[in-house]
Design a protein around this ligand. Structure first.
Ligand code: FAD
Length: 404
């Protein structure tokens, strides 16, 4: 391989480029991104960056010099078409680039808020640095904030907004927060925490419209007809994979660009990774798409390794974290289908771990402010864990000691 082109310069694209060099790849590496500046991390956008605890330099994976030193060509442009026959990508600027191998790392975009008024000034999604900058300056003046969606981003933002002194009201269609990703026990713990911070959480509650005056948001109307005042509305109702390029080029698409266990698309000269890719997961037992730093970075590493001749099926253990107020929740594995839980530690100490079992097998863990358990669980779930619920439930059980 002489030339590797990476479309998308986010978490997955950056990691692929960096790992290719680390693994000794000597050909050309071109990283094409359609956002301004050097590649940066998204997680702080809804946490430390909004709180003013880190600046743009702190978000960047590496300074510009790193890309020069490592001969990674950063191209600020958008890939608009793939010509698979000639192995060529076309860019918005009109130029084109040939590849021997192409990595699609195009990420995902926010699901739009499907109600009238979503276009009003003061209604925000939170996906990129530009969103965070615009939102940050509005947040300073906001008094009444409505958050639509009690997922990770919605709740992180709610905690930040409340810390800044605003009245915060969270609307969620499901009957508990983070329902797709965490256990009922963990949802209940976070409901109590947010309520304790003075945040109003409204479950089984939809939005019918956003109201405004002179183009600016003034409030929202709920499905039951109730109205809430709002000078800022932030929605986090999920994302959709960026598959358009791949679809137009005739690659197989399902809930994402379909790849095999080596992260190859239906075209063996094209890989797809990160938020845009649907891959066969041995942890889920079926093809899934994950939206996490772990998944994007580990898939970037896996593709780089394959491209330098060290191919292996992708099998990394999924993990994820979220920071809300003084709570750091760290999860390992996939909890879908769990039937038994065992709690270690005491939620009232704000430091505990929930172990999730399915038919007697440990499949996932959820830790609050217990980094030691989280690290132990990552090691444990990387092999077939033999831990039984009854052992975990025994008096004095210690996950770190058990793992060691
Ligand atoms: P992205 O990082 O989104 O990068 C894709 C890039 O490709 C984007 O820059 C996009 O503009 C660009 N692009 C798309 N199409 C083209 C094209 N045609 N040409 C050129 N460029 C293109 N994960 C966690 O694990 N923990 C967290 O706490 C956490 N917090 C988050 C908070 C926020 C506010 C957000 C938005 C995400 C958070 N995530 C978190 C998720 C995590 O950031 C993503 O899963 C990860 O960034 C995915 O990496 P990616 O490279 O697949 O996509």
């Amino acid at each position: 391989l002489k030339s590797i082109v990476i479309a998308g310069a986010g978490q997955a694209g950056f990691q692929t480029a960096a790992s290719l060099r680390q693994d000794g790849f000597e050909g050309a590496v071109t990283l094409i991104g359609d956002e301004p500046g050097v590649p940066y991390q998204r997680p702080p956008l809804s946490k430390a960056y909004l709180l003013g605890k880190t600046d743009v330099a702190g978000l960047c994976f590496r300074p510009e010099k790193f890309f020069c030193d490592n001969h990674i060509e950063l191209v600020s442009d958008q890939v608009t078409a793939l010509d698979r026959t000639n192995r060529r990508v076309t860019l918005r600027s009109g130029s084109s680039l040939d590849y021997d191998h192409l990595v699609l790392a195009t990420g995902a975009h926010n699901r739009a808020l499907p109600v009238p008024g979503a276009e009003l000034d003061g209604v925000f999604g939170l996906k990129d640095l530009a969103d965070a900058d615009a939102l940050g300056s509005r947040l300073k003046q906001a008094r009444n904030v409505v958050v639509v969606g009690a997922g990770f981003i919605g709740l992180e933002f709610a905690a930040v907004a409340r810390a800044g002194g605003a009245q915060v009201h969270v609307l969620e269609l499901a009957d508990r927060p983070m329902a797709r990703a965490v256990s009922k026990e963990m949802s209940d713990f976070f409901t109590a925490a947010h309520t304790g911070w003075g945040i109003n959480l409204d479950f089984r509650q939809g939005l019918t419209r956003i109201e405004g005056a002179e183009g600016k948001v003034t409030g929202v109307e709920l499905t039951g007809g109730r109205k809430l005042p709002a000078d800022l509305v932030v929605f986090g109702i999920g994302v959709l994979p960026n598959v358009q390029l791949a679809a137009e080029a005739g690659l197989d698409i399902e809930n994402g660009i379909k790849v095999d266990s080596y992260l190859l698309t239906s075209d063996p000269t094209i890989s797809a990774i990160g938020d845009c890719a649907m891959f066969p997961s041995q942890h889920a037992g079926s093809p899934i798409r994950l939206e996490s730093v772990q998944n994007a970075a580990d898939q970037g590493r896996a593709v780089a390794a394959r491209l330098v001749g060290k191919a292996a099926p992708y099998a990394a253990v999924p993990w994820f974290w979220t920071d809300q107020g003084d709570l750091k929740l760290q999860m390992v594995g996939l909890s879908t289908g769990h039937d038994t839980t065992v709690k270690l530690g005491n939620p009232s100490d704000k430091s505990f771990t929930i172990l999730l079992f399915k038919r007697g097998h440990l499949i996932a863990t959820e830790s609050v402010n217990r980094a030691g358990d989280f690290m132990a669980a990552r090691k444990l779930l990387a092999r077939q864990p033999t831990l039984l619920p009854k052992d975990a439930a025994a008096e004095g059980f210690d996950l770190r000691a058990w793992e060691a």
